[in-house]
Ligand binder design. Structure first.
Ligand code: DAH
Length: 338
């Protein structure tokens, strides 16, 4: 390689090592590769040389030119890279993406739904905003019934409308529109003007159940609820019926399950009774069938309701209903992956 070219290369390599900014890099580029630059000057010399020198000189200058170009490009990239990282303290721990979790109420509704679905129940949803007719009248609930009181129910400004206090109105809506036999469950949100405490909240969830056919019996009701309780809460879980009153069933019962905390021996949670109350059930009242357009002489049915929060509190051993609604990540993250 001709000596002057070698010197230019050496000098260039020294200078580019000292470059720290893009501005310095740009002026070095102009100095060497610009129109009046050193390397450009050497290139211009080629045609003036005697033919014998031209080839080797030309090759050397051209490889110098591409070397300079490459070193400039590499330098540019390293400057840009160091600029990117100057504002970042790479010794800080990284920020992790936060993985959310489902509310246990949604999870348990899915589980309940799955159990009934596998027993042949279809899932039907009803509206949260109901009419007084579906929420009370069609369910044989008279004017003087306490749950119709303005103290107990959220009425809307629009006359005749309210936030449903139970999922039972979906029974009527289904009987009005579906062909028989009917075997359905209806999960959803309900609302009551309850004073808030560890077991009461202004909104909560229920799952309603309804089976209408020609020969439906109360024994079938008990069978289905027993299978359900065993599958949701474990094989040893039992069910018992206690006589009760609901306007839309006759006879009516409240049903309990064996306390899952003490296994039925008696503890603080079950108030030493060994049983935990779930909700109500019964044989659909003939008047309710009639109102819904079904002949009570030909068809009968059972119905049941269940409090979802109550079941979730039992299953996951949660002591306060408000946990479900506070959106506290410390609570919710315990249910990740369920
Ligand atoms: N809807 C009732 C309540 O909220 C629960 C209930 C009782 C539902 C008896 C039923 C039933 O379907 O047959 O208290």
């Amino acid at each position: 390689m001709p000596e002057d070219i070698q010197n230019v290369q050496k000098r260039f390599e020294e200078l580019i090592k000292q470059v720290t900014t893009l501005t310095e890099l740009d002026s070095l580029k102009v100095e060497y590769l610009g129109k009046k630059g050193i390397v450009t000057g050497l290139l211009k010399k080629i045609p003036t040389l005697p033919a014998s020198e031209r080839k080797s000189f030309g090759t050397a200058v051209n490889s110098l030119k591409s070397l300079c170009g490459r070193l400039i490009q590499e330098k540019r990239e390293s400057i840009l890279k160091s600029q990117e990282t100057t504002d970042v303290d790479i010794s800080l721990p990284g920020r992790k993406g936060y993985l959310g979790s489902r509310n246990p109420i949604i999870t348990i509704i899915e589980e309940i739904t799955h159990i009934f679905y596998s027993m042949g129940f279809e899932v039907i949803e009803g509206p949260d905003i109901e009419t007084e007719y579906y929420n009370f009248d069609a369910l044989n609930t008279p004017d003087y019934h306490p749950s119709r009181d303005i103290q107990d129910t959220f009425y809307l400004a629009m006359p005749g409308y309210l936030l449903r206090t139970q999922t039972s109105p979906v029974q009527i809506r289904t009987m009005e529109t579906h062909p028989l036999p009917i075997r359905m469950i209806s999960p959803g949100r309900c609302y009551r003007r309850d004073a808030i405490d560890p077991t009461h909240y202004i909104c909560f969830h229920q799952v309603e159940g309804l089976y209408i056919d020609r020969n439906v019996t109360m024994a079938m009701l008990k069978g289905v609820l027993s299978v359900f309780a065993r599958r949701l809460l474990g094989k040893q879980t039992q069910i018992r019926f206690r006589p009760h009153f609901f306007p839309f069933t006759e006879p009516s019962v409240e049903y309990d399950i064996t306390c899952t905390i003490c296994g039925g021996k008696g503890c603080r949670v079950c108030k030493n009774t060994g049983w935990l109350e779930i909700s109500g059930a019964g044989m659909v009242h003939p008047k309710v069938l009639e109102i819904s357009g079904i002949d009570p002489k030909k068809f009968r049915g059972y119905a049941f309701g269940m409090g979802v929060e109550r079941l979730a509190m039992i299953k996951y051993q949660i002591d306060d209903i408000r946990h479900f609604y506070n959106n506290d990540i410390r609570f919710l993250s315990q249910f990740r992956g369920r």
